[in-house]
Design a protein around this ligand. Structure first.
Ligand code: UT7
Length: 326
């Protein structure tokens, strides 16, 4: 049986750090509120000349290096993002050019914070079907460009970054065991950017009314996220006949430590078996899981044969999970 497995990971965080104390000087908030309600201490902000593809490039180069491959060895480039360099063309095409991987097919995928899991499901399906053997999958965001720095309900949460993995075909029993993705478009307005698309093209009015920035009904999103993720992780393990005690590491989307703690508690996992990185980069949407995965690999928290569970929830609404045997 053919499946996909991750053979290299990489990540990149921009140099500039914005702390909770910096934010105290920008909006009416406090380090204490942000830490207690979210678990975030600081986030990274892309330099003026950096766009999403630049972050993606750095992460991709690391992932390729870790896999021992050159860009020309890759059959498909996928970028999960909600903050593409421009509306047209895709960031994946710009990344392909920067990597020098001429002729390699490349496209973007938008599933908000679940983008990496959605991308993994596409990459895994292409590999299982025999269409491609090696795929570069990137989650990359410059959310700071879509953040309203006057809106304390969102600006304290978001950050910039990128993570990448290289997937390869394998006949081994290890690798991606399952990927499940879901959506409920009826709640699209819980988390959205109103203007800049075909519904509300950019005008002076839309700019004046700050409609090009992310709007979130945080508390409602929080409640749906907890309920949905608790069920999702239980179902994923059950489907794969893996018991929670067999799980080595949970790598959740890094949105809020209270959501993560509730999910871990549902599985009876101590936080020592959960990857937590949001204190240092906040919510980086599609980038958060591959960044956390890369850190787990580089710090030796993942060993051969370990069961690793990934899960995400985000705008759309979208959610999804993946179980990996490393
Ligand atoms: O990434 C995928 C999708 N996103 C998520 O999963 C995020 C989900 N939501 C959350 O993480 C949380 O809902 C937040 C962290 C955004 C907010 O936490 P909360 O416990 O749900 O707070 P809340 O929205 O109910 O607000 C509580 C209070 C409000 O004041 P009043 O009405 O009680 O007087 C807010 O105005 O906190 C106030 N508040 C703030 N205070 C200080 C909201 N933002 C801030 C802030 N600093 N930055």
């Amino acid at each position: 049986m053919v499946r996909s497995r991750i053979i290299g990971t990489g990540s990149y965080l921009p140099k500039r750090v914005l702390t909770n104390f910096d934010l105290e000087r920008m909006v009416e908030t406090s380090d204490e509120w942000i830490r207690e309600r979210t678990g975030i201490r600081e986030r990274r902000i892309a330099a003026e000349e950096e766009a999403t593809s630049d972050l993606a490039l750095m992460a991709s180069r690391e992932a390729l290096r870790a896999a021992g491959l050159k860009p020309k060895d890759i059959d498909l480039i996928l970028v999960a993002t909600v903050t593409s360099d421009m509306l047209l063309p895709s960031t994946a095409c710009i990344l392909q050019h920067k990597l020098g991987a001429k002729d390699t097919p490349a496209f973007d995928l938008n599933a908000a914070c679940s983008g990496f899991i959605y991308g993994l499901s596409v990459a895994d399906a292409f590999i299982r079907s025999g269409t491609y053997e090696r795929i570069l999958l990137v989650g990359a965001e410059t959310l700071s460009r879509a953040t309203d720095w006057q809106d304390r309900t969102t600006c304290v949460l978001l950050g910039d970054g990128a993570g990448a993995v290289v997937l390869e075909k394998t006949k081994a029993k290890r690798g991606v065991l399952s990927v499940d993705i879901y959506a409920d478009g009826s709640m699209w307005d819980l988390l959205h950017i109103p203007a800049g698309g075909s519904r509300m093209p950019a005008t002076k009015e839309t700019v004046k009314n700050r409609l090009h920035f992310i709007k979130m009904r945080g508390n409602e999103t929080f409640r749906v996220a907890v309920r949905t993720l608790e069920k999702l992780v239980v179902d994923t393990l059950k489907k794969n006949r893996v018991k929670p005690e067999e799980l080595s590491l949970l790598i959740p989307h890094q949105a809020n430590h209270r959501i993560i703690a509730a999910t871990a508690k549902r599985l009876g996992l101590g936080l020592d078996r959960v990857m937590l990185t949001l204190d240092r980069h906040g919510n980086t949407s599609a980038a958060s899981i591959p960044i956390a995965l890369d850190e787990a690999v580089r710090t030796g928290r993942i060993k051969k044969d370990d069961y690793i569970l990934l899960e995400a929830f985000g705008g759309g609404l979208t959610w999804g999970s993946a179980l990996i045997r490393w």
